[in-house]
Design a protein around this ligand. Structure first.
Ligand code: FMN
Length: 445
């Protein structure tokens, strides 16, 4: 099988894994959350395997689960992403560095500065995962009693994007003339004051940072509710949203690319890279046994708490051996809750079975040999289910090594994944154009 299309691969990183049982897996590095030595080695292995990007998830509160469950989870704490990615920028050369930052709790000027700085520091490898923050407890850490309402969060995110990209365009690419003879450092005609005043934000500008090497850091988005999809279609260049199977993925792909066209954007200016949990074994049975072993390391206490988060509703009082009862609408993630309800119905699961799935990793999973997983990935690529994947490693380092040493060579052998980087920036890796400055065109391209 050959395919002209090329797969893009990101690494969806939590240093110990996203799977709650991973820190107990034989050979795991349970202290990796704050071990730069481990994280650096993971980033360098991913770069050697020619991954497009290293992506850091982020949350602005410890997970909103009861402490009886939280005490069992390594996901309770993690590095602040800019600090970590800045350090990684110094020990890597090509791999993209994507940080998550919230439009609900941060200032646009801060976000614009941090990403512009990371882009300069990494010579054009930064990306911004725009999140509106689904964990309501984050509000309590920022002087608020309640989380902002879902629709309002997305309206604010849309305005926030305009402000941040406007700030990145504060200077023309060739504004800094540094003319020693005349003593003029920059040309004021090539600087623009944003003067933004909108529903949520008031920002004068200009940004006190030169235009980023990529023009704008790559914009990433992961929400998949109605406003989430619309935000993605209007703004995102990468979408991480995680449909459960190929049918749902094709529908999401067509929907978002269709919305893009309506918004006047070319379809190939956005790459769909759903999160995919990848477990590689010597045989299918071996891979399934690895996953079963991993899932068995999740305690029921954590499992039921994870299900509550996914539902946005406390599930601890539900009868574990009965089907999922009807759940009222809440202010939490809508697409998350709908996925749980659909999964429960489609597989006829009890609350206990559902909780075990959510306690580990409930999203899209490819579990098999390097060949069967490559077959699935190639099918998704060929049938427009996605343009690649944001790989979730089941446990580290062994699960990451299985991907870089077994799956990647298989994909390269099929001619659908690069054996060398052809460019230097994250935009180059993803095949995305460098945005023109919307207000200050430059002679320098
Ligand atoms: C692959 C993936 C990664 C995500 N990473 C983060 C994250 O790091 N931080 C965060 O607050 N939310 C994260 N989210 C949550 C999304 O930003 C969003 O809140 C969620 O998918 C619900 O979106 P919706 O409200 O549009 O349904 C992630 C979601 C997905 C699918």
């Amino acid at each position: 099988m050959t395919s002209a299309k090329q797969l893009h691969l990101g690494a969806f990183m939590r240093p110990v894994s996203l799977h709650t049982g991973a820190w107990r897996y034989p050979g795991a590095a349970p202290d990796a959350n704050f071990s730069f030595k481990h994280i650096k080695s993971y980033a360098q292995k991913l770069e050697a395997a020619k991954f497009d990007a290293f992506f850091m998830a982020d949350h602005l509160a410890v997970l909103n689960m009861p402490v009886e469950a939280l005490r069992r989870s390594h996901t309770v704490t993690s590095f602040e992403p800019f600090t970590l990615l800045s350090a990684l920028a110094a020990v890597t050369e090509r791999i993209g560095l994507v940080a998550t930052a919230s439009t609900t709790f941060d200032h646009a000027y801060h976000i614009a500065r941090r990403f512009a700085s990371l882009d300069h520091l990494s010579e054009g490898r930064s990306g911004w995962n725009i999140v509106t923050t689904s964990n309501p407890d984050a509000a309590l850490n920022f002087g608020l009693d309640d989380h902002m309402e879902h629709g309002e969060r997305y309206r604010r995110a849309r305005e926030f994007y305009d402000v941040v990209t406007g700030l990145w365009d504060s200077f023309a690419d060739d504004a800094f003339i540094r003319d020693v003879d005349s003593g003029i450092f920059f040309d004021p005609d090539k600087m623009r004051v944003l003067d933004h005043q909108g529903e949520f934000l008031k920002v004068r500008g200009p940004l006190n940072i030169a235009r980023p090497p990529q023009g704008w850091p790559v914009v990433v988005q992961a929400g998949s509710s109605e406003p989430g999809r619309q935000l993605a279609a209007e703004t995102a260049e990468v979408v991480f949203a995680a449909p459960r199977d190929l049918t749902a993925a094709k529908a999401l792909y067509a929907d978002i690319k269709g919305r893009m066209q309506k918004a006047g954007r070319p379809r190939d200016h956005l790459k769909m890279l759903p999160a995919a949990f990848v477990v590689i074994g010597d045989t299918l049975e071996d891979a399934r046994a690895k996953r079963a072993k991993l899932d068995s390391l999740v305690h029921y206490e954590s499992a039921i708490a994870s299900l509550s988060i996914a539902l946005g509703h406390d599930a601890s009082g539900f009868d574990p051996d009965a089907p999922l009862p009807a759940i009222p609408d809440t202010n939490a993630s809508k697409s998350g809750r709908e996925q749980v309800i659909q999964l429960a119905a489609s597989e006829n699961m009890t609350v206990r079975q559902l909780a075990q799935r959510y306690g580990g990793y409930a999203g899209l999973a490819f579990v098999g040999t390097a060949e069967t997983v490559a077959d699935s990935m190639q099918q998704w690529l060929d049938e427009e289910g996605s343009d690649g994947f944001n790989v979730v490693f089941p446990f580290l380092p062994a699960g990451l090594d299985d991907v870089t040493q077994r799956l990647v060579p298989e994909l390269q052998g099929r001619g659908i994944f690069r054996s060398e980087y052809s460019g230097k920036t994250l935009r180059d890796h993803l095949g995305l154009p460098r945005p023109e400055n919307r207000h200050l065109p430059s002679a320098v391209k």
